[in-house]
Design a protein around this ligand. Sequence first.
Ligand code: F6R
Length: 245
Amino acid sequence: MKIIEVKDYQQMSNKAAEYIIEKVVQNPSIKLGLATGGTPIGTYKSLIEDHKKNGTSYQKVTTFNLDEYIGLAGDNKNSYRYFMDDQLFNYIDINKAKTNIPSGIAADFQDECNRYEDLIAKHGGVDLQILGIGSNGHIGFNEPGTSFASKTHIVKLAPSTIQANARFFKGMEEVPTQAITMGISTIMKSKEILLLVSGDNKKEALYRLMNGEISESFPASVLKNHPCVTIIADKAAIADLKVQC
Ligand code: F6R
């Protein structure tokens, strides 16, 4: 894993956007894996600014998001479909038909998981997957204890994840308790992974990722088995690594 240190959230966002833009320019039909949450918001802002200023085109790009809450339709402000439209897709020239997110209101969620896994495979897999990390080491919504062999599946969210995500809802009781997420093996099949880590509340997770063992009790540790991972982390998140040097 290669780690790039940047000053702060803004620099992380700029660097991540530069990274993604370069890949899109090299391969206009790239399959991008996208994340939601607080971490990539700045990156998406930078992509929008660049699109307006330099005209980088996403017309041929296909996207696959990591996850979606079960029970939320795309027009619900807290759904990840709404988030992606609102934070990125509405402001670039992407073809919405090429933007894929698991459905939170499918008639049969197991069928939806299978459909999503197959859809990614049919497209030849994800070329570049953007990831954030949970303070408990989750990637996507793969909570500690998830099998490294998991495919797209239904998850029960950990209490710590519900608590962390409550900031986007009116209250904790409004946060859905289940989600559909790409599995760990789905994520690991991506040709390349870009992990973004920012802030003091992520420093223990980053320390454990860099120094801990590879174990299903810390899902992100699986990334050490991937041949092409780049981490962009800011000073606040890297702080604990420095203490050890
Ligand atoms: C989001 C996702 C999650 C987040 C993680 C960090 O699609 O899959 O794994 O990346 O929970 O969230 P933030 O960025 O809000 O700290």
